[in-house]
Unconditional design. Structure first.
Length: 292
């Protein structure tokens, strides 16, 4: 039997498994596409209703294609809630929390993971438990402290609160990462005369930069979507955020469906744009973490 015949026989023996794997991949791909389509259906309905007139919505229902594309709902929402001010507040609050939360998480985790603080495991477990406390249990103490300090109804109060809340998760995650940080790098930096701050910014930060980027993106999106604590802390129209503006459209007995859908569409666009801009950074950070 020649070498070519042996090679063909081996390929023929492997073909059934290869065909089974190919079929399984197509089934998985079909399920993923079907799931994605089901997830996108509500967004498609929202987009259709955002460009309808109230008469078209009430006459044809929410699932019918618009008779004509109207921008009245978008204009009404923008003018009624003063959306530009709400957008600026959300950007300031979310951006500040994202940056400050990452910095605070990094400093805490550096002390716990690299500095080897006594009782490190108990402290990390405490941060994990703090991240599980529901906001409903925190809102009254936070309200009382904000009133006492004169920070109530200010963006600074929400920034401080969510910086601490988000950094609880960030500290837990980064402490786990820095707990396995290569000691050879730290020893080499010490031999070169680097102090703790120099080691942090010149050695540790460049190594964990992908993880920090992922935390920055998550903190921004999580803070942007927060509703309950901003609802309690921000009562003035000039300090409220985008989710609160959307909630202000709903009354006890009256709701303009087209304006609400238009508001939901406008409110969703900034986070989508932010995600698309930093999608490559997020993917790179998750991939690097998986490889490590």
């Amino acid at each position: 039997m020649t070498t070519l015949t042996l090679a063909r026989s081996r390929v023929s023996r492997k073909d059934p498994d290869r065909y089974k794997q190919g079929a399984a991949r197509w089934v998985v791909l079909a399920l993923v596409v079907l799931t994605a389509a089901l997830v996108l259906v509500p967004f498609a309905v929202m987009v259709m209703n955002a460009f309808k007139s109230p008469a078209d919505y009430s006459g044809n229902g929410p699932l019918a294609w618009p008779e004509s594309f109207q921008l009245d709902g978008l204009k009404t929402y923008w003018q009624q809630v003063h959306f530009e001010g709400k957008l600026l507040n959300s950007i300031i609050i979310s951006g500040s929390v994202a940056v400050l939360g990452v910095v605070l998480s990094l400093l805490n985790a550096y002390a716990l993971g690299v500095g080897r603080v006594r009782g490190r495991m108990w402290i990390v477990a405490l941060f994990l438990l703090a991240n599980m406390i529901p906001q409903e249990a925190l809102v009254y103490p936070l309200y009382s402290m904000a009133k006492t300090l004169g920070l109530y109804n200010s963006r600074l109060s929400v920034i401080i609160i969510f910086t601490v809340i988000q950094s609880a998760f960030g500290t837990y995650l980064l402490a786990s990462v820095l707990g396995t940080f290569p000691k050879a790098l730290l020893e080499a930096a010490a031999l070169d005369g680097a102090g703790r701050w120099t080691t942090l910014w010149r050695v540790v930060v460049p190594t964990v930069r992908p993880t920090l980027s992922v935390l920055l993106i998550f903190f921004f999106i999580w803070t942007w979507n927060e509703f309950f604590i901003p609802l309690v802390m921000l009562i003035d129209n000039s300090t409220q955020t985008v989710p609160l503006a959307l909630a202000s459209l709903q009354g006890d007995r009256l709701m303009d469906a087209t304006t609400t859908n238009a508001g939901a569409l406008i409110s969703l666009l900034p986070t989508v744009v932010f995600f698309l801009i930093f999608q490559r950074t997020l993917t790179r950070g998750v991939t690097v973490g998986a490889v490590k």
